[in-house]
Design a protein around this ligand. Structure first.
Ligand code: SF4
Ligand code: FES
Length: 253
């Protein structure tokens, strides 16, 4: 005969982990309407699953027209940044249980970039700003190195944080200055400039600083910290921007 304790253990082990959750998604299809609309989807989902899993269930089982980007599903490629419950996050790194599944979970495209369809935005202005800061190592040494360029651990440490960027645009698209006119380089471009400005092996720091000294460069930053809050990699984005500003004033980097 089963004991009450065993009954409880058995009941817990057979209890369904699934709960009913509402995904409220902002839809946009320019071929159908110029307006965006909110659409609700009810899902049975394990709260330990991620928002990305919910979007997959919707796309695969309920509405194949739902459009969003994702690739790695593990926080590496940076393609699935979206506004979830009003905050920029990666859908693949956001667990349902962490965002109050008792209320509808709102999902919409990141702000400040033109929405092409549903959750997909035009990333070209974002990547243009990235290209503008020359995000690659530049050496003016005419002699081809015969071995790797050495660097001390202390020199490497200076830009360690900014090497972690996955170009998801969560920072730039959470910045009110970027929302205003879209001309500002934005936090992500500055983070990637920082990564090379403070690299002791690179020779083009001065050029990058001049690029960011532009009217649409670092001085547009109003230090609202939205970017730091939004970064899924935990990069101290505002601090990096401040360091670039300081380097511009002192020209020491
Ligand atoms: S700094 Fe962070 S939020 Fe901004 S693009 Fe890089 S990883 Fe994304
Ligand atoms: S799908 Fe690659 S970071 Fe989320």
């Amino acid at each position: 005969m089963a004991t009450p304790v065993l009954d409880k253990v058995e009941a817990e082990s057979t209890a369904s982990p699934y709960i009913t959750v509402t995904f409220r998604i902002r839809r946009f299809n320019p071929e159908v309407s110029a307006e965006t609309t909110w659409e609700d989807f009810q899902l049975e989902i394990d709260p330990k699953e991620r928002v990305l899993d919910g979007l997959h269930k919707i796309k695969w089982d309920l509405d194949g027209t739902l459009t969003f980007r994702r690739s790695c599903a593990h926080g590496i490629c940076g393609s699935d940044a979206m506004r979830i419950n009003g905050k920029n996050r990666l859908a693949c790194k956001t667990l349902i249980k962490d965002i109050n599944p008792e209320k509808p979970i709102t999902v919409e495209a990141i702000k400040g970039l033109t929405v092409l369809k549903d959750l997909v935005v035009d990333m070209e202005p974002f990547f243009q700003a990235y290209r503008d800061v020359m995000p690659f190592l530049i050496s003016y040494d005419k002699n081809e190195p015969t071995r790797e360029r050495l660097q001390s651990p202390q020199d490497r440490e200076r830009f360690d944080d900014t090497t972690k960027c996955i170009l998801c645009a969560a920072c730039t698209s959470s910045c009110p200055v970027f929302w205003n006119d879209g001309q500002y380089f934005g936090p992500a471009a500055i983070v990637n400039a920082h990564r090379f400005i403070f690299d002791s092996r690179d020779d083009a720091g001065e050029q990058r600083l001049e690029i960011l000294n532009d009217k649409d460069g670092v001085w547009r930053c109003r230090t609202t910290f939205n970017c730091t809050d939004a970064c899924p990699r935990g990069i101290e984005v505002t601090k990096a921007i401040q360091e670039v500003k300081r380097a511009l004033i002192t020209r020491r980097f």
